[in-house]
Structure formats: structure tokens, C-alpha cells
Ligand binder design. Structure first.
Ligand SMILES: C[S@@+](CC[C@H](N)C(=O)[O-])C[C@H]1O[C@@H](n2cnc3c(N)ncnc32)[C@H](O)[C@@H]1O
Length: 184
């Protein structure tokens, strides 16, 4: 598992340190692997839910979370097709988008849209077409997500050493549903 770095996404760690005032809601971490990012959200006070299609990943993630004395929920599920148990406040992306087949990206966007909340993504901007990992560009991300989300912020994060300069973080807030009138 070359993606297993033994530590959470440095960009996520820095984001949570830089935003201590965020409301501690629920966060879905799809394709969570062994759960480093799930534990980071849980440590920051969020209700963290990790999903992975691989039972072995979920087993390791749950065991490491228990050993760390943290509370989080884990489920073996195909994020692209499973119904979320409720409407999460956040979805956090970190190397799931690049792990799925590019032809499944429409399904991925639909799955991210099911919860109501904010979408924080550590995107992996590599040129590879013969993955996984499969590359993407900022242009593709903009085309896929900007119709549904307002971009709050984008930045180049601190990265694992072998990904330095290849990651772009995008913080999106879901647009109000088309057809709904804001009466507040
Ligand atoms: C590259 S790994 C990244 C793991 C973790 N996010 C990390 O960065 O350490 C991708 C993970 O996504 C999982 N995965 C792939 N397709 C999935 C799907 N459709 N639904 C849920 N998990 C999936 C894989 O089993 C794997 O654990």
C-alpha cells in the first residue's frame, strides 16, 4: 500500500489547527484506508465516520482508533453507491478521487452531493492516466464541482515529502438547492 503514509494528511492537520473555531459537526471520510484522517477529525472534536470498500482497511482503522482511545464510526461501504446514514456537515476527500476509475467520477460527484455540507478536498494533481492513482487537473475539478459548490478557499498545502507541490486543497460550500428560496 504505497499510499499508506502512517500519518494523516499534513494539509488536513494544518487546516484544523488554523480553524479552531469550526462548529464540531459530523464528517464523512470516504475511502478512509487505515483511518489516519478519521482520527485527526475525531481528535479535533468532530463526529467522524470513515467508509472504505475494503473490509481489511476498516478492520485496521477501527483497531487503531480503539488503541488511540478515540471514538469514531467505521463502515464497509462503497461510497459511490451507499446511502449516507444521515446528512453529514462535512465530506473530506483525500486520495479516493484518484483511486477510483475516471469513468466513475460522475458517480463520485453525486455521492459528495448527497450530504448537505461542506466539501474539503486534498486533490492530487498528477498527470497519470494509467493509475491508480489517476490524475486530475484544477480545470477538471472546477468543471465538476463549481456548478454545485461555492469555492471558499484554495491553497497549496504542506504535503508528505513525495507529494510536495502536487496537492491542491479546495474548500467548497454547497450551493442552496436550485428552486429553493431563502426566506431568512
Ligand atoms: C489511495 S487509498 C487512500 C486511503 C486514505 N484516504 C489515505 O490517504 O490514507 C484509497 C482507499 O479508497 C478505498 N476505496 C476505493 N474505492 C472505494 C469506494 N468506491 N468506496 C469506498 N472506498 C473506496 C480503497 O479501499 C482505499 O482504502
Amino acid at each position: 500500500m504505497p499510499w499508506e503514509k502512517g500519518a494523516p494528511s499534513p494539509g488536513l492537520v494544518d487546516f484544523l489547527v488554523a480553524h479552531p473555531g469550526l462548529t464540531h459537526g459530523t464528517v464523512c471520510i470516504p475511502g478512509c484506508g487505515t483511518g489516519h484522517d478519521v482520527r485527526t477529525w475525531a481528535r479535533a472534536g468532530f463526529g467522524a465516520f470513515g467508509y472504505d470498500i475494503a473490509p481489511s482497511a476498516i478492520g485496521l482503522a477501527a483497531e487503531a482508533t480503539r488503541a488511540a482511545g478515540l471514538a469514531a464510526e467505521f463502515q464497509v461501504a462503497d461510497f459511490l453507491r451507499a446511502e449516507p446514514p444521515f446528512l453529514f456537515d462535512w465530506v473530506f476527500e483525500h486520495t479516493l478521487f484518484c483511486a477510483i476509475q475516471p469513468k466513475e467520477r460522475d458517480e463520485y460527484v453525486r455521492a459528495v452531493l448527497k450530504p448537505q455540507g461542506q466539501y474539503l478536498a486534498v486533490n492530487y494533481l498528477i498527470p497519470d492516466r494509467d493509475g491508480p492513482p489517476f490524475g486530475t487537473t484544477r480545470e477538471e475539478l472546477w468543471q465538476r464541482f463549481s456548478p454545485h459548490f461555492e469555492l471558499s478557499r484554495e491553497w497549496v498545502p504542506r504535503s508528505y515529502p513525495n507529494r510536495t507541490g502536487l496537492e491542491l486543497m479546495l474548500w467548497w460550500r454547497k450551493k442552496p438547492e436550485a428552486g429553493l428560496v431563502d426566506v431568512a
